[in-house]
Design a protein around this ligand. Structure first.
Ligand SMILES: O=C[C@H](O)[C@H](O)[C@H](O)COP(=O)(O)O
Length: 275
C-alpha cells in the first residue's frame, strides 16, 4: 500500500515540477508517507544538486534500490526546467539493472547501455552499509554485479542513503544479513561449502524469493545470491579478495575504494556528508 501511495506522491511531484517548470525545492514538495522516505529524498536531491555538473556530465549511472528512486526523480526535474533542459536533454543514463532501467524511462530520461558507454562521468547509487573508510556493502536488492560494473567505470561514485546505513565503525554492524555474493547457479553448493570451510563464515544461505517466488532469487544476470555472515568486518578489502577467489563467485557486495562520497539523509531534513 505504501508503495502505491509513494507512486501517487511521485506522480504529483512530477506534475508539481511541471507546473513550476523550475527545479523544485525539496522542502516545498508534497510530503512522502514516512520520515524514512523523506530522509532518502533529502539525501538524493542534495547529492545530485551538489555533484552533477550539468554542463559537462553526459553519461550518468543510475543505481538500484529505494533511495535512487529520488535520484532519477531529481534528474528528471532537470529536464523540465528550461534553465537546465538544454543540457539535461543530452544526458544518457546507464542502468544497473531492470529496476533502474524503468526509473530512467519513467522519469523521461534517455537510456543507454554500458556497452555503448563504457566510461561514465558520474554514478549515483544506494548502499546497505557504509563504514568509516567509505567501504560499502551493497546487493541487498540483488543488483550488485551490474552496480559494481557501472560504479567502477565512473569517474565519480556518489552514495545516497538514509541515516540507518552509516556504520559506527565496521561493515557488518548495521547490516547483519550478511555479505551478498553473486554466484553461478551450478556453483552455489560449492561456494556455500567453501565459505564455511575455507573462509570460516559464520553462516551462509542461498537467498530465497519467497513469498514472491518459490525457490531462489535469480539476478538480472540469471545468477543466484548467497548471503554470507562474517560478523563485523575489520578488513573488507581482504575478505573481498578471499571471496572472489572461490570458484563459482561472480562478484561480491563489498565495494572497496570505490565510492567518492556518501550522503546520509535524516528525518529532520538535514543531510550528512561523508568523504
Ligand atoms: O542490490 C541493491 C543495491 O545494492 C541497493 O543500492 C542497496 O541495497 C540499497 O538499497 P536501498 O536504497 O533500498 O536501501
Amino acid at each position: 500500500m505504501f508503495r502505491g501511495l509513494n507512486s501517487l506522491v511521485r506522480l504529483s511531484v512530477r506534475r508539481f515540477a511541471l507546473k513550476m517548470s523550475s527545479l523544485p525545492d525539496v522542502k516545498h514538495l508534497p510530503q512522502l508517507h514516512s520520515t524514512l522516505e523523506q530522509a532518502k529524498r533529502f539525501a538524493a536531491y542534495r547529492a545530485v544538486d551538489e555533484n552533477l555538473d550539468y554542463q559537462r556530465h553526459r553519461v550518468i549511472g543510475v543505481g538500484s534500490g529505494s533511495t535512487v528512486i529520488y535520484v532519477a526523480e531529481r534528474l528528471g526535474q532537470y529536464l523540465l526546467d528550461p534553465k537546465f533542459s538544454i543540457y539535461a536533454s543530452q544526458f544518457v543514463c546507464i542502468p544497473t539493472g531492470f529496476q533502474s532501467k524503468e526509473l530512467i524511462l519513467t522519469n523521461g530520461l534517455t537510456l543507454g547501455s554500458i556497452e555503448q558507454f563504457p566510461t561514465l562521468d558520474i554514478v549515483f547509487d544506494g548502499a546497505d552499509e557504509v563504514d568509516v573508510n567509505l567501504q560499502l556493502i551493497k546487493g541487498g536488492g540483488g543488483c550488485l554485479f551490474q552496480e559494481k560494473l557501472i560504479s567502477t567505470s565512473a569517474a565519480k561514485f556518489i552514495v545516497v542513503a538514509d541515516y540507518r546505513k552509516r556504520s559506527p565503525k565496521y561493515l557488518g554492524t548495521n547490516w547483519v544479513k550478511g555479505v551478498p555474493i553473486e554466484v553461478v547457479p551450478s556453483g552455489y553448493i560449492r561456494v556455500l561449502h567453501d565459505l564455511k570451510t575455507k573462509l570460516k563464515c559464520k553462516n551462509a544461505i542461498l537467498r530465497q524469493g519467497a513469498p514472491a517466488k518459490a525457490g531462489p532469487v535469480v539476478t538480472d544476470n540469471c545468477n543466484f545470491i548467497i548471503d554470507a555472515d562474517f560478523g563485523e568486518i575489520e578488513h573488507p578489502e581482504i575478505l573481498h579478495q578471499d571471496i572472489k577467489m572461490l570458484v563459482g563467485v561472480v562478484e561480491t557486495g563489498l565495494f572497496i575504494d570505490n565510492a567518492s562520497k556518501a550522503y546520509f539523509g535524516n528525518p529532520d531534513g538535514s543531510v550528512e556528508l561523508q568523504v
